[in-house]
Design a protein around this ligand. Sequence first.
Ligand SMILES: NC(=O)c1ccc[n+]([C@@H]2O[C@H](COP(=O)([O-])OP(=O)(O)OC[C@H]3O[C@@H](n4cnc5c(N)ncnc54)[C@H](O)[C@@H]3O)[C@@H](O)[C@H]2O)c1
Ligand SMILES: O=C(O)[C@H](O)COP(=O)(O)O
Length: 645
Amino acid sequence: MGAYIMNASFTPPNLATLILDFDSTFTCVEALDILAEQLAKADPSRTDLALIKPLTDQAMSGEIGFSEALQRRIQILKPTRDDIAALAQSLKSQVSASITRNKAVFLEHPGKFRIISGGFHDFIDPVVGDYGIHPEYVLANRLIWDENGVAIGVDLTNPLSQDGGKIVAVNNLGLPGTIVMIGDGWTDYEVYKGGAAERFYAFVENVARPKVVEAAQGCESTPVARSFDEVLHAEGYQGRYSFPRSKLKVLLLENVHPEAARLFREEGYDVSTVKGALDEDDLIQAIQGVHILGLRSKTNVTAKVLEHADKLLAVGAFCIGTNQIDLKACSQKGIAVFNAPYSNTRSVVEMVLGLLVVLTRDIPDKSAAMHQGVWNKSATGSHEVRGKTLGIIGYGAIGSQLSILAEAFGMRVIYFDLAEKLSLGNAKRYRSFDALLAEADVISLHVDGRHENKNLIGAAQFARMKDGVIFVNLSRGHIVDIEALADAMRSGKVYGAAIDVFPEEPRTNDDPFESPLMGLKNLVLTPHIGGSTEEAQEAIAEFASERLLNFLNRGDTTFSVNMPHVQLSDVEGRHRFLHLHQNVPGVLAAINAVMAKYNLNVVAQHLKTTESLGYVIVDVDNGYPKEALEELKQVHGTLKFRSLT
Ligand SMILES: NC(=O)c1ccc[n+]([C@@H]2O[C@H](COP(=O)([O-])OP(=O)(O)OC[C@H]3O[C@@H](n4cnc5c(N)ncnc54)[C@H](O)[C@@H]3O)[C@@H](O)[C@H]2O)c1
Ligand SMILES: O=C(O)[C@H](O)COP(=O)(O)O
């Protein structure tokens, strides 16, 4: 059935006390490094401040004694009280992202969250105070000040100023119940290792220290946590998210623009990237455990691949075409597919316009001859595009945009499309495909990649075209019979052509390209770059990521190419159930029966269907028992079920 449960909302009775390290855990920085930066900025002549960071790193990874590193750093820094106040102010804006978004949890459980640090109360207390952590819940050092308000040392009677001090300090607390330590540093791990805490989370959201991660790996009591959401979830606290986002894996293939990875990471997801496309076997391996797959035109998501997609929620085509994805198989498994239908439209159109001019002037051959030292200045066979008839096949987003710009060039536009379309400007719709082929001076293909379009243009179609026609294909490779095009070019039927897409395309830039078209005259061959401009790739990354994130974070399916479209707001202060099912009778009634049985107060409900799928979204305003979720996923016809908080 493939039901996917994110979380049940319940609060276990015995929550552990969580002790958090401050530097690089509660905040995403090392406070004394920030202080050094501040002081260096105020007085650039202080070169000694460059020694601070190496000392911090050596202490955090356990290479030198903590006490020694602390003393040496304070003696170098010599901060004033004002410096420390400024540091605290700066640290307030550098609290770790997953801590910030879970502020409400801190405020809800006073005393359950403690801070331990080799740093100083003087700057820690104001930062954690905003999260309801009072100074008595902070274990930290104290600075020693001289009469001028300059820190000159550390209170050495405090155990935290000594090596192994964190273990002593936690033991001295004598806290009842379970104690859990969370931190990035070796001294944090030592708290667990020394027996003062029952569990340890190696916190790697900001920095992963190999020695600590290595020590933590492989032991059930010392998991590696990529975010505080993971800790809260594992410890039974009701955090901001019902499921830690860092446990959801996003795999981006084919050099998707880095903005996509940035956006997913910013939202807390675990992102990995691969430069090229993957073949079926490699994709089968790679897709296991992946929740979101991002790709471009060269990765085929087949039914066989989907059989191994044990966790997959959505596929994002970071391009226009989705013919490389088995949409039917995705729908059958309840996997949503999104694309970016308009982000590279203009790039393709600009390239077509340039090619039209280049080809009608025989520029590819003239340029090649120049490279061979041949000067062939002649007007014979060169023409203006003005006044010529452009035949556009496929008057969708690209075809219609091309229509407008080609008219501005002075061309006459005729088009053929299977669907009813609004003719823009003076463009004229032709109802006969053959009539368009016979009348156009230039033919540009812009149909989608549906299977039925295979070899739409073959020998018979070339035969119907005008002698000396210019032919352009920037749509999909399988739409043109390449051997037939090669023949038509050799015979002179086609005077010039530009081909950007091919039936077989190399998966990466390292793979070779071969085609019967190679070496032909007045033929521009390009490596599927119609949509490959920096502008388009960045716009695609933004658009497709936003669609996928809206789907992940709130269940929104707007712009999906295979799901019923439902536009949804954020889940704030309520719970949301997302139930995707086969479109069979009685599912909504069955869902509502579960709601009634558990007395769940429905604040909003949507149902949208396609021919084969139904999508029910239910928002409830209070907690719910785990059993309700179990029953919802057992409803007949369920394909996927998620709950969001
Ligand atoms: N070369 C590139 O880098 C590049 C970049 C972007 C898009 N593309 C490709 O360009 C093509 C067009 O993209 P779009 O955004 O305009 O798509 P679109 O879906 O907006 O338009 C396609 C149009 O083709 C029509 N159509 C489909 N089959 C037809 C047929 N047999 N005869 C006549 N009309 C037919 C459809 O009705 C539709 O109006 C797609 O194949 C896309 O994958 C290529
Ligand atoms: O469908 C598209 O948008 C184009 O074919 C571009 O594909 P690409 O992202 O693989 O260049």
